[in-house]
Write a protein that binds this ligand. Structure first.
Ligand SMILES: NC(=O)c1ccc[n+]([C@@H]2O[C@H](COP(=O)([O-])OP(=O)(O)OC[C@H]3O[C@@H](n4cnc5c(N)ncnc54)[C@H](OP(=O)(O)O)[C@@H]3O)[C@@H](O)[C@H]2O)c1
Length: 317
């Protein structure tokens, strides 16, 4: 498809409620702006309330009366994710768009509060739990709802190591990132198959931003204490990265354009799919493996303790 969608094509979103994880920085921040500009109420799900408040203040200085609701959601803690979902459900009875966007990349091996390797825990398991908690609200939203999960071109470098998901035996920071981003796509497509089978009006789509110059690239080197790698990443961002506002477009397109079908993969349509306006693309063969997707789903339910209740959500819908 020709990469001809631009933010000028966003629909009016007054009355719509959108949740964006990682809304205080990079693509989440710019995505929040793009949704808020067309009237959506955006729940800025950030690691801490303070970070969410600070980002919301910045946006309030730039936009005219945006409806922004910062709420704490630390994806490295299943308790925090559950508390966020409880707070969200007590404030809203609809959820038009859930953007599973937050992430960490190529960091030294660390564990979440629940003992998961952090990249797998935050990028995949935290979002798996969050989506499961919010499924009944998504299923009950008049007019249907969308879940957009932010992956990466680097999913192609990933495999799901079911025997060592948390890199306990062997850890490579890039392999762990690739695994988490492949997991994002296996989850996005499997969610779409399962909501369709259950007759729910919930569409799930995967996306990637190409290469956008954000804080993502410098966080790994910072945590490893490597100034040289940090400088190299900053230089690469300056030379090759597109602005975060452009990088956020695939997520917003996937969330708002009715021609984007469930199970689609959206990314920049320009040079090497690293920059430009969004288009529909294909991810790698492994991401469409339904047996791996079902196995990952079972493992994710067991690890998080969050079981998706499609039947109850469908009866409630
Ligand atoms: N930029 C790119 O070129 C690129 C390419 C491919 C894919 N992506 C994907 O795009 C997504 C957004 O990344 P970005 O480029 O916008 O990077 P970013 O500027 O570093 O933003 C990442 C966001 O994720 C949040 N986050 C990290 N750990 C979290 C946790 N435990 N709980 C809640 N939030 C957490 C960060 O919060 P804090 O500020 O509190 O740390 C921040 O808001 C990621 O999923 C990344 O894998 C980016």
């Amino acid at each position: 498809m020709a990469p001809d969608w631009t933010p000028a094509d966003r629909p009016e979103m007054t009355d719509a409620v959108v949740v964006v994880t990682g809304a205080n920085s990079g693509l989440g921040f710019e995505g929040t702006r793009l949704f808020a500009e067309v009237g959506a109420t955006v729940v800025m799900a950030c690691r801490t309330q303070d970070r969410g408040q600070a980002a919301a203040s910045k946006l309030r200085d730039r936009l005219r009366n945006p409806d922004l609701r910062p709420m704490a959601c630390d994806l490295s803690s299943l308790d925090s994710v559950a508390s966020f979902a409880t707070e969200f459900r007590s404030s809203f009875d609809r959820l038009d768009v859930l953007c599973n966007n937050a992430g960490v990349m190529a960091i030294p091996r660390t564990e979440t509060a629940d003992g998961f390797e952090e990249q797998f825990g935050v990028n995949h398991l935290g979002h798996f739990a969050l989506t499961g908690h919010l499924l009944p609200t998504l299923a009950n939203t008049p007019g249907g709802s969308r879940v957009v999960t932010q992956s990466s071109g680097l999913h192609e470098r990933g495999t799901i190591d079911f025997d060592d998901l948390h890199g306990e035996r062997e850890y490579d920071k890039w392999a762990a990132y690739g695994q988490s981003k492949l997991a994002n796509l296996l989850f996005a497509y499997e969610l779409d198959r399962r909501t369709t089978a259950a007759g729910l009006d919930v569409t799930s789509v995967g996306c990637h931003p190409g290469y956008a110059a954000t804080d993502l690239q410098s966080r790994g080197p910072e945590r490893a204490g490597s100034r040289v790698r940090g400088l190299a990443m900053r230089l690469a961002n300056t030379l090759f990265g597109q602005p975060p506002s452009r990088g956020a477009e695939p997520m917003v397109y996937a969330a708002t354009d009715p021609t984007v079908d469930g199970g689609a993969y959206v990314g920049p349509g320009g040079l090497f799919n690293m920059r430009g306006h969004p288009s529909i693309q294909s991810s790698n063969e492994a991401s469409y493996d339904e047996a791996d997707a079902a196995r990952l789903w079972e493992v994710s339910e067991a690890l998080t303790g969050v079981e998706y209740d499609f039947e109850a959500s469908s009866q409630a819908a």
